[in-house]
Design a protein around this ligand. Structure first.
Ligand SMILES: Nc1ncnc2c1ncn2[C@@H]1O[C@H](COP(=O)(O)OP(=O)(O)O)[C@@H](O)[C@H]1O
Ligand SMILES: [Mg+2]
Length: 310
């Protein structure tokens, strides 16, 4: 977007993902359709949408866990589909990491936390001497407000969900990652723990230049944390831009509807509190046909809206 002078770290260009399933009767699901966006250093970009809208699929393509059906993803100008082989993939994962909803699944329950950190060094920095490893681990844990000695001696099940998510953030710090995909990062945590983790993430972004893709179904969280916001509906980005513009001046009927169902931005969005789907679809269809031929429109330098599908 216009106000950025720096080059993007990551550029997603017209990415589509179609899943096929079934042996005799093949069926196809278009999970992500024609999605484009850029990620810049030191910013939090949120990807917001209902369950099933394609958010996780997008995140998994960035993490090279899924391959796009069409379109390209560039990391510092390099098409990530061309990143192959052990050494190149390892280098990619040193710089691009994901944190998922369930922090427990990210840890081997049989290993103490210090083993988890040792593995990071063994894989990514095998030449680093033991004393240096220890110093770096301490520093990373202190940054995420965890007590180094106490935390390292524990098994994952002895730590709380909030502590495990802090550990995952510490892991990202150790690797000095440039892109962090945080998929429903804090949805399973209680309110007070959430705020601590969000603030931590923003602080780290600002101080290290890390760029976060914050995936959530929670409008209030998106508003709280992000510089830029993308609204996803059935695999398409229907609206994207500077958070304050998207939230205070929504244009797409889907975005407007989302905000109508959240009268107060401070209130949590209850995904069960649904508007009538038929009415939503009809409004969107009418909007697209009234704007036929306009496609993606830049309504201001920092705000773009999908006005029609042709
Ligand atoms: N591995 C898969 N195989 C088939 N369909 C999938 C697969 N993963 C996701 N989908 C489908 O793609 C759509 C988007 O899913 P997902 O990306 O998980 O959405 P979200 O994270 O927004 O809830 C859904 O319809 C889902 O059922
Ligand atoms: Mg998901």
């Amino acid at each position: 977007m216009a106000e950025h002078k720096k080059d993007p770290i990551m550029s997603v260009e017209q990415v589509t993902k179609i899943f096929s399933s079934g042996v005799f009767f093949r069926s196809y699901t278009t999970a992500v359709q024609d999605v484009s966006f850029k990620m810049y250093p030191g910013t939090v970009l949120s990807l917001i949408g209902e369950s099933g809208s394609g958010k996780t699929t997008m995140g998994r393509m960035i993490l090279k866990l899924l391959r796009p059906t069409a379109g390209k993803i560039y990391f510092h100008g390099r098409d990530i589909a061309t990143i192959r082989g052990k050494a190149e993939r390892r280098e990619y994962y040193r710089r691009v990491q994901g944190i998922f909803q369930d922090p427990f699944s990210s840890f081997n329950p049989l290993f103490r936390v210090d083993r988890v950190f040792d593995q990071i060094y063994d894989v990514f920095f095998p030449e680093l001497p033991a004393a240096e490893r220890q110093a770096r681990t301490r520093e990373a844990l202190l940054k995420v407000h965890l007590h180094p000695e106490r935390t390292l001696a524990h098994f994952p099940h002895q730590l709380s969900g909030g502590q495990l998510q802090r550990l995952l953030i510490a892991r990202a710090l150790l690797l000095d990652v440039e892109i962090l995909v945080a998929d429903e990062l804090i949805s399973m945590l209680d309110a007070s723990t959430r705020m601590g983790i969000l603030n931590l993430l923003v602080d780290i972004c600002r101080s290290t230049g890390m760029s976060v893709l914050f995936i959530t179904h929670d409008l209030a969280l998106g508003y709280y944390i992000s510089d830029y916001t993308m609204i996803m509906h059935r695999g398409r980005l229907v609206e994207q831009g500077a958070t304050h513009e998207v939230y205070h001046n929504p244009v797409h009927p889907y975005t407007r509807m989302l905000f109508r169902s959240v009268p107060d931005i401070g209130r949590r969005w209850d995904p069960k509190e649904r508007f009538i789907p038929e009415q939503v679809s009809r409004e969107i269809e009418e909007f697209y046909s009234a704007n036929r031929g306009r496609g993606l429109v830049q309504v201001s330098p920092n705000h773009a809206v999908l006005m029609s599908l042709d």
